[in-house]
Design a protein around this ligand. Structure first.
Ligand code: PRP
Ligand code: URA
Length: 206
């Protein structure tokens, strides 16, 4: 399943992020806010279960989330989406996957992976602003699956068809959520129009 959220507030903030003149502070703040807005939409259909509680007035049946949530940002740029989602789901545990793209082959190289124990029973949100060739997202999904995850959602800001196709082919069971679907990749693997190198813009490294 692919869902492009296409929400007015998200689109407004994403436009700020796309602008070349937007600096690190505004880039980071908008990424954080968009991640929160996306999470609000994406969690709409999470499973809940009934729980008996007592209000100051009487006993009643309330609802609680059935499954734990684990957030797995793909380093580095995915880190910029964690805080915005954690504001909504403060009990979420965090795993980390370190991947970088080889600049020539565009293939992902893994350098770090660490996950909470709950991975196999949780709903896992893989976070990365950019879905370009799809190599990084697909590799991250394989990693969490190898550690037992079965209920996985991929949350990206901007994606293109090539990346969507790659993830859907490798992992047809994983739902993909995008803020926007862009036109294409350029000849060095960057999303067009995109927003440039998300990690560098987030951390001010170029
Ligand atoms: C960027 C981005 C994704 C990846 C997407 O990370 O944050 O992880 O590229 O490209 P793909 O779909 O073709 O795999 P990058 O490798 O630049 O690492 P960084 O976040 O550390 O800068
Ligand atoms: N990674 C990025 O950071 N930006 C792109 O456009 C493609 C991959």
């Amino acid at each position: 399943m692919l869902k492009v959220l296409n929400h007015p507030l998200i689109n407004h903030k994403l436009t700020t992020m796309r602008k070349i003149e937007t600096g690190t502070k505004d880039f980071r703040e908008n990424l954080d806010e968009i991640a929160g807005l996306m999470a609000y939409e994406i969690t709409r259909n999470l499973e809940t279960e009934d729980i008996e509680i007592t209000t100051p007035i009487c006993k009643t049946i309330g609802k609680q989330l059935t499954k734990k949530i684990v957030l797995v940002p793909i380093l580095r740029a995915g880190l910029g989406m964690v805080d915005g989602i954690r504001e909504l789901i403060p009990t979420a545990k965090i795993g980390h996957v370190g991947l970088y793209r080889n600049e020539e082959t565009l293939r992902p190289c893994e350098y770090y992976a660490k996950f909470p124990l709950e991975l196999s029973s949780a709903t896992v949100f893989i976070l990365d602003p950019m879905l370009a060739t799809g190599g990084s997202a697909s590799a991250a999904i394989s990693l969490v699956k190898n550690h037992g995850a079965t209920d996985i959602k991929l949350i990206c800001l901007v994606g293109v068809q090539q990346g969507i196709d790659k993830v859907q082919k490798d992992h047809p069971d994983v739902d993909i959520y995008l803020a926007a679907k862009d036109e294409k990749l350029n000849d060095i693997g960057y999303i067009v129009p995109g927003l440039g190198d998300a990690g560098d813009r987030l951390f001010g490294t170029k």
